[in-house]
Unconditional design. Structure first.
Length: 210
């Protein structure tokens, strides 16, 4: 099984405690809710200071309202290019004093400025570098794993750089692929590991035992 990289991983930037998080969503916000639960339970020394949704119609906005989390919509359709769209995000992050940006099912590409190198991370539902890149998200990933006949899948938390699913791996957690798996069953088991991996990765970036 793929496991955390305790012995080799060193944070690019050591994240403050408590960490002010910005969480970016494009869907239902389940990963966001998991992070909020970890914070509430004392398992994560952080606060969710800002949530950004990529579209105004996604169901994750209602989840934010239920959780009492501040949410902004930055609709990519309102921007003429990646640079202006990215700038709108990072201007908000700076204004809010964000320490760490967490992509949580966020499907849009962002151009990362120098002052956020090592301060933006993503979770991907496969063991990168396999099954990553443009168009590889959600059910597409799990279907591809099954079609390739892999006996193991899992999730990867990694730094975000200037390519899709490319930045340095922070940690990976694996799950077995079962003989009669459907993409739905595999997705459910992978998500259970995602709920463990993301808060663990944030603690690693804070220099804490994971």
């Amino acid at each position: 099984m793929a496991t955390t990289k305790h012995d080799t991983f060193k944070p690019i930037v050591l994240i403050e405690r408590p960490a002010k998080l910005a969480v970016l969503i494009s869907g239902g916000g389940r990963t966001l809710e998991n992070l909020a639960r970890c914070i509430h339970d004392g398992a994560l020394d952080a606060e969710i200071a800002l949530v950004i949704a990529s579209r105004g119609e996604i169901s994750g906005i209602a989840r934010c309202e239920r959780l009492g989390l501040p949410v902004e919509v930055i609709d990519y359709r309102s921007y003429e290019d990646v640079e202006s769209y990215s700038r709108a995000h990072f201007d908000l992050f700076r204004q809010a004093g964000i320490h760490l940006v967490c992509l949580a099912g966020f499907l849009r590409f962002l151009s990362v400025p120098d002052d956020f190198t090592g301060r933006i991370i993503n979770i991907h539902p496969a063991l990168l570098p396999e099954f990553g890149g443009r168009g590889m998200y959600g059910a597409h990933v799990h279907r591809a794993v099954l079609a390739a006949g892999r006996r193991e899948s899992g999730c990867t938390v990694h730094y975000v750089d200037h390519e899709y699913d490319h930045g340095e791996v922070i940690l990976q957690l694996g799950v077995p692929v079962e003989e009669d798996d459907t993409h739905e069953r595999l997705a459910k088991r992978v998500f259970q590991q995602e709920c463990v991996a993301y808060p663990r990765a944030i603690r690693m970036l804070q220099g804490l035992p994971s």
